[in-house]
Ligand binder design. Structure first.
Ligand code: NDP
Ligand code: MG
Length: 379
């Protein structure tokens, strides 16, 4: 059970919910980090009194330092700050809730300190999953997923003594705001349209990923890395209600699932309390009123990101880092109104075609693949 956390990405959707869970469970906070949101980070720091507060942006960090003078809270900036937060001795658990591949090095730093990783930052596992999982094994660091689907799988696997008994993982997928549309109909969708997710309130990047279904593609790769399975053994199933959070199919044909209302606080709480469960103040799912549960096949013609992710996963090496870097860059441009919705898969596919894949990559190869993919999107 977690006693003290370092929280990377404190001002985001997962970060704010993690602080609510920490307050409920009486968990202390040793470090808080964000990118530029000074006001919120200052407020959180005054409330939780961490030893360290980090803003990635150096100007914002300087301003925060002035504001927190006299509180005894140290303020740092940049990657150096994130690494310091991830390696603080006081924290037994590091919650990685930053957006994007910027989470990679801090996650590795926390693993090297043998900390529990409550992992929300899926981009890290997509880019460098094998490296991260190998390091976790070497340093005896537990990785407990926060992503709701992977938490569901993690919970379903608790009784499994031999992983070879797993036949498939079925990741459920809400289908996003554009479920049922054709590729042609998606051409004119704007950022405002994509940001209207039916079931979850999340940060803008993952919300767009949920609209393109790249989120499910990234999650297939995340599941492959966490559970060391080939891509053929991880499948996506459309489930509009987001009640069944994912399933594991075993060799004997048994399917185990975890169900609940769509609420990220459950997987966040479980990542803190694992292998135990804490009392939740929230009402549980009521099967008598939740309505019918439906399942459907994803449409990869309308949503090519899902196909691109599966293809990158099959290629291996740095292909997933290229997929992820290109997607982060393309989604950033889409959110600024500089790219159309269907240009996201087009630019990702182009980056995959133009960037050379390295096999058995080092951390430096992965970081270079990420940079090259971002450049290929801009060209
Ligand atoms: P948000 O965009 O809401 O929050 C992102 C956080 O990361 C903010 O604190 C932000 O700081 C910080 N951040 C962004 N860029 C940088 C950077 N370059 N350096 C340092 N910090 C940075 O995202 P979410 O909370 O929605 O998602 C976070 C992660 O969790 C993602 O990887 C996402 O895929 C994953 N996830 C999220 C779920 C959800 O329900 N939201 C569900 C499952 C997974 P600032 O506020 O200052 O910009
Ligand atoms: Mg998810």
């Amino acid at each position: 059970m977690t006693k003290t956390i370092a929280l990377l990405g404190a001002t985001g959707s997962i970060g704010r919910q993690t602080l609510e869970v920490a307050r409920e469970l009486g968990i202390s906070v040793a470090a808080l980090t964000a990118h530029t949101q000074i006001d919120l980070l200052e407020q959180q720091a005054r409330q939780f009194m961490p030893r360290l507060a980090v803003l990635y942006d150096p100007d914002a960090a300087r301003e925060l330092e002035g504001r927190l003078r006299g509180t005894g809270i140290e303020v740092l900036a940049g990657e150096e700050g994130l690494l310091a937060a991830a390696s603080l001795d006081e924290a037994d658990t590091v919650v990685t809730a930053v957006m994007g591949s910027v989470g990679l090095r801090p996650t590795l730093a926390a693993i090297e300190k043998g900390k529990r990783i409550a992992l929300a930052n899926k981009e890290t596992l997509v880019c460098a999953g094998e490296l991260v999982m190998d390091a976790a094994e070497r340093y005896g660091a537990e990785i407990v997923p926060v992503d709701s689907e992977h938490s569901a799988v993690f919970q379903c696997l608790q009784g499994c003594r031999d992983r070879r008994e797993v036949r498939r993982i079925l990741l459920t997928c809400s289908g996003g705001p554009f479920y049922g549309k054709t590729f042609g109909e998606l051409e004119d969708m704007t950022a405002a349209d994509a940001l209207r997710h039916p079931n979850w309130h999340m940060g803008p990047k993952i919300t767009v990923d949920s609209a393109t279904l790249m989120n499910k593609g990234l999650e297939i790769i995340e599941a492959m890395r966490l559970y060391r399975l080939p891509v053929e053994q991880v499948q996506a199933v459309i489930h509009r209600q987001s009640i069944v959070h994912s399933l594991v199919e075993f060799r004997d044909g048994a399917l185990l699932a975890q169900l609940g209302t769509p609420d990220m606080k459950l997987p966040i709480r479980y990542a803190m309390t694992y292998p135990h469960r804490a009392e939740s103040p929230n009402a549980p799912l009521d099967l008598l009123t939740c309505g019918a549960l439906t399942f459907d096949r994803p449409d990869e013609e309308a949503f090519p990101c899902l196909r691109l992710a599966r293809e990158a996963a099959a290629v291996g090496g740095t292909a997933c880092a290229i997929l992820n870097g290109a997607n982060e860059a393309a989604v950033g441009l889409f959110l600024q109104g500089k790219l159309g919705f269907n240009d996201i898969p087009r630019r990702v596919e182009r980056a995959l075609e133009r960037t050379e894949v390295q096999y058995q990559p080092s951390l430096a190869d992965i970081l270079e693949a990420d940079r090259a993919a971002r450049r290929a999107v801009l060209l």
